[in-house]
Design a protein around this ligand. Structure first.
Ligand code: AHN
Ligand code: ZN
Length: 337
């Protein structure tokens, strides 16, 4: 009697542990197969409000063309600083004098708004805030400044909305974010200019200055994203050539996030031409990997839209769907780190 009780007890223990081991192995299997899924879900990010971004683009345009040495430029700079401060950023105004291809001196200012300034891991988000002083690709009023609704204001509008969205959100990104608004980008020689050739690049004077004189000593960032012409209706963003040369992994990561969010018809999986844009100096002189999200024609990847450097670059070409695709993608990228 006693022996059989012991035997029964042992059998029960044996069976129970067998069942337990079986369940454990099932659990382990389930966990493994989940972590091996190639498409891991995106971590949640706040909603990017395209109405708000559109309002920020329109407000910049309402100042008038943001051409250095004008009242509109000064007034817009003050507004940008107050917006960034309002969203809790630590703001640096980096003033400098820029010399143009024709020897003019411009009073310029790069505006830097830092979110979570003490975080060691940082991402730079940049756009130029000045607008072009001439409409050199237009057939009329070539000597008049342009609104630059897309060429300038669109990128800045998206960055202000990103600052606002982070400020309003309950959860914050794990990285610090430095929003850099470069001045004096659109200062290059007129289309068809045939003056004396020089070594200098006369575009991107603000980013050239910042790359050589960063706003903090030994400043480094994990990576950067430049936005240029990111608000036009029907815009497409192929992989810009210099971004692929300096930071192909970042390009793939951002285009992958865009596609998971449903924006693969805007962020197209195609290579475009290489541009001398603000990111060139951040990569080459500043030694920070930076990509450029910039509207390029997919079949003619070195040309921009017909509005480019004409009076057609006004609010009528700005589309909230384009602002949303770019803004939501970049905001989501910040929350994946
Ligand atoms: C060139 O056209 C060489 N680079 C483009 C820089 C630019 C001007 N981005 C906006 N306006
Ligand atoms: Zn331009």
């Amino acid at each position: 009697m006693k022996t059989s009780k012991i035997a029964f007890g042992l059998l029960a223990i044996f069976l129970f542990s067998g069942v337990a081991v079986y369940f454990k192995s099932c659990q382990t299997k389930t966990e493994t197969s989940e972590s091996q899924t190639p498409e891991t879900a995106l971590l949640p990010a706040p909603t990017f409000n395209a109405d708000s971004a559109y309002y920020f683009v329109n407000t910049q345009v309402s100042f008038g063309p943001r051409v250095p040495n004008t009242k509109a430029h000064k007034a817009c700079a003050a507004w940008l600083v107050s917006q960034l401060k309002g969203y809790g950023c630590e703001v640096t105004e980096q003033k400098f004098v820029a010399t143009t291809y024709d020897g003019k001196k411009l009073d310029a200012v790069n505006i830097i708004g830092s979110v979570n300034p003490s975080a060691p891991k940082r991402i730079v988000l940049a756009a130029h805030w000045d607008s072009r002083s001439i409409a050199d690709k237009d057939n009329h009023d070539k000597d008049k400044p342009i609104d630059g609704a897309n060429d300038g204001a669109s990128g800045v509008g998206i960055l202000l909305e990103i600052a606002r969205a982070i400020k309003t959100a309950q959860s914050k990104p794990n990285v610090g974010v430095d929003i850099i608004l470069f001045d004096a980008e659109d200062t290059g020689e007129p289309d068809g200019y045939s003056g004396p050739a020089t070594e200098n690049v006369w575009w991107c004077l603000g980013s050239q200055y910042w790359a050589a004189h960063k706003h903090k000593d030994n400043y480094q960032a994990y990576y950067g994203i430049l936005l240029d012409m990111v608000g036009a209706k029907g815009a497409m963003f192929p992989h810009e050539g210099m971004s692929m040369q300096y930071a192909p992994m970042i390009v793939r990561n951002i285009w992958d996030i865009a596609s998971r969010l449903g924006y693969s018809s805007v962020f197209i999986d195609q290579d475009g031409g290489a541009l001398t844009d603000d990111h060139a100096f951040v990569n080459e002189v500043g030694k920070i990997q930076m990509i450029d999200i910039v509207e390029l024609r997919p079949n003619d990847p070195k040309t921009f839209g017909a509005y480019h450097h004409t009076h057609g670059d006004n609010m009528s070409i700005i589309d909230k769907n384009t602002l949303k695709a770019v803004g939501q993608t970049v905001l989501t990228a910040l929350y994946q780190e």
